[in-house]
Each structure stands twice: as C-alpha cells, then as structure tokens.
Design a protein. Structure first.
Length: 331
C-alpha cells in the first residue's frame, strides 16, 4: 500500500541517514543535535513509517536490517537531491546559453542595441538577443514569456507587471543648421510659427508639446508625421521643418554627424521617463535578474550625458544688436 507523501518529513530521512551511518543512537543523536531519548523516538517513528525495525540489537551494537542496508545508497542520493533543490542555484553568466527578447520602439533599439550587445557578449558570450518591434507582440507577451523585457515610456500594463524607471529627460527642439528659426531669440510664438514634424508610431499629431502650446494660446502646424524620432530628426536636417525629441537621442544623432542644432524649448514640457518592465515569474530568476541589471546599467551609462542635457551657445550664430545670443542651441 502506498503511503501518503504528506506524512514524509525530510528531517526524519536526515536522522535515518545518521542512524545508519553510526549504527548507534547516542552517536547519531550527538551529530543530529538532539537528546538520546529524542533520537530513540525518531527511530521508533522511522520503524513505524517504513514498517521495518531498521536497526536491531547485536551484542553491544546495532545491526542494520537488509531493508536498512538497501536504503543507504538511495537515502544518500535523495538527501543530496533535496539539499540541491533547496539551495539557490549557482549562476555564472559566462556559461549561460539563453536568448533574451527585448521589446522596444525603433529609436531605443537603434540607439541602445549596440551597447547592450557589447556588454552582453563581454560577460556572457553564449547569450543571444532579439529585439521585438513595439506593437508587434500581443498585450500578454510579458505574461507568456515571449518578451523578457519591455523598454519604453510605459503604458497600461497588467497589474502584476513590474516596472523600473531607468532615466528621465526632457525634450529639446531640433532644426537644420542655418534654419531661419535661429535668426532671432526662439520664443513660443516663433517656435509655433514654423512647420513641424511629429514622431508618432500611431500616427497621432497631438502630444505634450501641443498641450504646452495650447496653454499659451498657441498651436503649431504639423506638416509631417513619422514613426520614429530618428526619421523626424533626419528630415529636419534636410528641410525647414522643425521637430522635438528626447535630449540624449538628439545629442547622439549630432555626434553621429547629423547636421542639426538642438535647442531648449521655450516652454515647459513633462519629462520623458524610460522604464524597463518584466513579469514577476522572472523576478527571482538569477539569469533574468543579471540581464535586467546589465540592461539598466548600460542604458543609464549611455544616456548619462544626454539625460543631463543643457543647451549651450553656438558661437557661430549671429547676435542681436544688444549682443545677446539669438538662440540657446547645442551642437
């Protein structure tokens, strides 16, 4: 008859291992940290549970029964497996072989994927990465494990999803070198008067900048909507259209050689928060924890300059008669 596993106490098996090793209740009790009477009661429970005397008197010692001798190798392996089960797994990224999937918009993937790949390959050469485009995965991709990390400005998630804000930064304007906007001090009115490019994956023309202008009684004319900030800044570099984008992103494009100036917006807009999100099923997973910590470190390091973006004067710009710079811009 099968005995219910509910009655199984692993501590009893540890005691049994000691009893079979010592073949002596007193010595087993000493190693187990119990009194001799307590150890005798444990032996009685084991005999009842296994329906076998296990250890019997043989002169001045206890002799194991055939059942007890047969249990020894099985018992040692069972206890070793149980201990391994309860101990935290050893983790070494250098030996990790796994693919991680990051879901993000095109701008984040373009600007951050290189740095993330380099960091991953340095620490874990057996790890591969997959960047999933924003909006292509179903809403429950994090729940189903098809996406390990979501990078973005946040949004509506299932209530259990965990999010970690990685950085915050402000928006700046971007226009081509020599744009007429820089011929005078940039004001809300002059900013609103030029034609604009808007980045919107969903094709929406209205956003935080329009709300800020609306509070000032102004509105801008949106001539072009594109799906990525890179596309918006690129078009601005080759036209008279003006755009706005996160400061660090514009700065990175300028460093790549894109012929635009970045300038402080002449009004307040909410900061942009970039976060990484994951499902709690991976919260305690050592490999996932290592990966998201690596991603957070790479991103914070990559944007540290841009996140603290402060527009500085371009000394090549014309000045007004009173000697003031015509615009606060940065190369």
């Amino acid at each position: 008859m099968l005995r219910p596993l509910q009655s199984l106490d692993l501590n009893l098996l540890v005691a049994l291992e000691l009893l079979l090793e010592e073949e002596n209740v007193t010595l087993a009790a000493r190693r187990y940290g119990r009194s001799v009477p307590a150890m005798s009661r444990i032996l009685a429970r084991l005999r009842d549970m296994l329906d076998d005397p296990l250890l019997v008197r043989a002169g001045q010692r206890l002799a194991p029964t055939p059942r007890a001798r047969a249990l020894r190798p099985v018992l040692s392996k069972l206890i070793a497996d149980a201990r391994a089960l309860l101990e935290p797994p050893q983790f070494d990224p250098a030996t990790l072989a796994r693919q991680f999937t990051i879901q993000s918009n095109e701008d984040l993937a373009t600007s951050l994927s290189g740095a993330i790949v380099r960091a991953v390959k340095t620490a874990a050469p057996g790890v591969s990465l997959r960047f999933a485009p924003e909006g292509r995965e179903s809403e429950d991709a994090l729940r189903n494990g098809r996406v390990d990390l979501e990078l973005g400005s946040g949004g509506v998630h299932p209530p259990e999803i965990i999010s970690q804000t990685l950085f915050r930064q402000r928006f700046v304007g971007a226009a081509r070198v020599g744009h007429p906007l820089f011929d005078a001090l940039i004001t809300p009115q002059s900013f609103a008067a030029v034609e604009h490019i808007v980045r919107s994956r969903r094709g929406q023309a209205w956003g935080p900048i329009d709300e800020a202008l609306g509070r000032l009684g102004l509105a801008r004319r949106v001539t072009l909507i594109v799906p990525s900030a890179r596309a918006a800044v690129s078009v601005a570099a080759h036209s008279d259209l003006v755009t706005a984008a996160p400061a660090s992103f514009v700065r990175s494009l300028i460093r790549e050689g894109m012929a635009v100036h970045a300038f402080d917006l002449p009004f307040q807009t909410p900061d942009l928060a970039i976060a990484q999100s994951w499902h709690p099923q991976f919260q305690a997973d050592a490999a996932h924890r290592w990966f998201r910590d690596l991603v957070a470190g790479v991103i914070r390091g990559s944007v540290s300059d841009g996140a603290a973006f402060t527009a500085t004067p371009n000394l090549d710009l014309p000045t007004r008669r009173d000697g003031r710079l015509t615009a606060a811009v940065a190369r």
